[in-house]
Design a protein around this ligand. Structure first.
Ligand code: DQA
Length: 148
């Protein structure tokens, strides 16, 4: 059995479904977890699905993923635009990293157009709502298979 795909979400994503639904949709984070689990299972993988509002906790989980995960899907939320520390943590990860956003930050405010996470990600999936996570899990599984 392969190691799991880690799916990590950053600040405010615990409010999914009620937070700016016109931008982020009506599905909750539990709905997103279900979608990711189903997609990963169909591809033969398990997931570890976690959310935190705290930068340090996200960094601890990214460090944990170095040994415990076969790939990492990360929606850094607002920290993507600000956190050099999360970028540094990702640079120490040797497994594929897929950055994921529900919205399309490139089509929003100027300050969202840059994410530090992109500098360490193999690829980015954004703009498809909850489906961004499913697509990111699929991309991560594909990258793992390429490495085997
Ligand atoms: C987000 C986009 C970010 O700009 C924002 O800060 C978020 C969510 C997204 O999933 O679309 O919190 O990462």
């Amino acid at each position: 059995m392969s190691k799991p795909i880690y799916v990590l979400s950053g600040p405010n994503l615990n409010l999914l479904g009620t937070r700016e639904p016109e931008i982020y949709g009506h599905q909750t984070l539990e709905d997103v977890r279900g979608l990711c689990e189903a997609r990963a299972k169909a591809l033969g993988y398990a997931i570890v699905f976690r959310q935190s509002n705290h930068e340090g906790e996200l960094i601890d989980w990214i460090q944990e993923a170095r040994a415990a995960a076969c790939a990492l899907v990360l929606n850094p939320a607002g920290y993507g635009h600000t956190s050099v520390a999360i970028l540094d943590a990702l640079k120490a990860v040797d497994v594929p990293v897929v950055e994921c956003h529900l919205s399309n930050p490139a089509a929003r405010e100027t300050f969202r157009r840059k994410t530090y996470v992109s500098l360490a990600a193999t690829g980015v999936v954004s703009g498809f709502g909850a489906a961004s996570y499913e697509l990111a899990v699929e991309a991560a599984a594909g990258l793992v298979r390429q490495r085997l």
